[in-house]
Design a binder for this molecule. Structure first.
Ligand code: PGA
Length: 263
């Protein structure tokens, strides 16, 4: 059995009550297969900063991640949330370099590299996101962009045990249309080879409009370890199915309706 990683990225969604219900559901009400194979299922929920501490107190099975962390360590930076703050509430990890941070909040490769090195210094696990936009894909530059984002983010980095990589083609995020499975396979192949040859093998996830089908087919026999899920992660029942299908895909298990029976 291989460890599968279904990761939820709530972004700026859910009220506190909804967040608590989500965690309670995933902690207590999931199907038999998830309970039976929990050591092979690494559930991650990347939640708004203000929910991390209260959700950590409820979560046993689920790892609670932040969606970002500041590039500064402390001081007069109004509104910033630092790595020491996250450490002090036992946050399990952070997402770095999400395309929404890059594109809406102008995060550069240099800034993301700073955050990667901060995570290295503070032993904070992270999911690093990379991925090309539509124009870059159409010009045939997708793999060049991925390489550059990886190389820039990983300058001076060596603690690969902290890292998960998420490949998220920007043009597939939030559109409801995931990348074609054959294209996911091709990209997965490239990324896994590139990591192996130049860095270390780390778990790689696919993200971008992931729903149940994509969770299964993107991980079935592709070498990918899981999925990073935005909008379809907000409903815990839907996410539960994605958890099961990711586990099945990663372990090349033929889909079995039994897996959906309550345990
Ligand atoms: P989406 O978001 O599943 O809503 O496309 C994925 C992400 O941005 O991580």
């Amino acid at each position: 059995m291989k460890v599968s990683i279904p990761a939820a990225n709530w972004k700026a969604n859910l009220t506190f009550d909804q967040a608590v219900n989500w965690i309670k559901y995933i902690e207590n009400d999931v199907t038999r297969v998830i309970l039976d194979y929990q050591e092979y299922i690494n559930i991650i929920a990347a939640v708004p900063y203000v929910y991390i501490k209260p959700l950590k107190d409820l979560a046993k099975r689920t790892k609670i991640y932040a969606q970002n962390v500041s590039h500064v360590l402390k001081g007069a930076y109004t509104g910033e949330v630092t790595i020491s703050m996250l450490k002090s509430i036992n946050c399990d990890g952070v997402i770095l370099g999400h395309s929404e941070r890059r594109n809406i909040f102008n995060e550069t490769d240099d800034l993301i590299n700073k955050k990667v090195l901060i995570c290295q210094d503070y032993d904070m696990p992270f999911i690093l996101c990379v991925g090309e936009n539509l124009e870059q894909r159409q010009k045939g530059l997708a793999f060049e962009v991925i390489k550059k984002q990886l190389d820039n983010a990983l300058k001076g980095f060596s603690k690969f045990e902290l890292m998960i990589l998420a490949y998220e083609p920007v043009w597939a995020i939030g559109t409801g249309v995931p990348m074609e499975i054959n294209d996911i396979k091709e990209a997965a192949n490239f990324i896994l080879q590139y990591l192996k040859q130049n860095y270390k093998e780390v778990p790689v996830l696919y993200g971008g409009s992931v729903e149940e089908n994509t969770a299964y087919f993107a991980t079935f026999d592709t070498g990918l370890s899981g999925v990073l899920v935005g909008s379809k992660s907000l409903d815990p029942v839907e996410f539960e199915r994605i958890i099961t299908l990711t586990f099945s895909g990663v372990n090349n298990i033929q889909f079995d309706i039994e897996h959906f029976a309550n345990g």
